[in-house]
Design a binder for this molecule. Sequence first.
Ligand code: URA
Length: 233
Amino acid sequence: MKTRSLRIGFFLYLITYVMFILSENNSIANNFLSEIRDVSIHQDRLRFRKNLERLGEIMAYEISKTLEFEESEIRTPLQNTKVNTIQNHPILISILRAALPFYQGFSNFFDHASSGFIGAYRAKETSSLHEVNIDLDYLATPALDGKELILIDPMLATGKSFIKSVEALLQNGTPKMIHLASIIAAPEGINYIKESMSIPFKIWTCALDEKLNSKSYIIPGLGDAGDLAFGEK
Ligand code: URA
């Protein structure tokens, strides 16, 4: 697929197959991002989860602009009027457990969406990006054929959780489009996704960070999103 890069709206970017970065221009999204990164307020777990949820709502709004709408006529108390509503409601799939607060934001806005869940975790931590293995231990998904699928994971680090999840999901049908939704992404993960995806997709993220460290954590990142939202395992 051809790679191109262009800025969209007030905080989106587009890279190829399409990538949107929400934090490029000033907006309230940057306040939420700044708070989830700030170690001095990380003890406020409720605020951390709320900010992930708010970023999910903002991203849902931006993704909604790319969906198909249909015109219909409804009646207000005063007269008939034409309205536009989403034609093909997206399917929301969360990669457990860190995605849950971020997912809540999508679910608040896409309130007609069906949802699915995937349990994915790093099988072992190693010093090499290519040695991070992902195990899946749970998958529950609605039918996916012809759907707009939003796959949700706040940290796009190696990209391996996303790819392993997509491979498992494709056993359950072929979506029309896969939106990979993250809050912070690393270039290494984006490259891995670009090399590995075989069907149309868009990458959405609030921030594109510098790199991965030797343990495949995103730098500067925010630490472990699952632990910050729910406590250490
Ligand atoms: N998962 C996280 O929670 N943080 C990272 O930096 C990478 C993966």
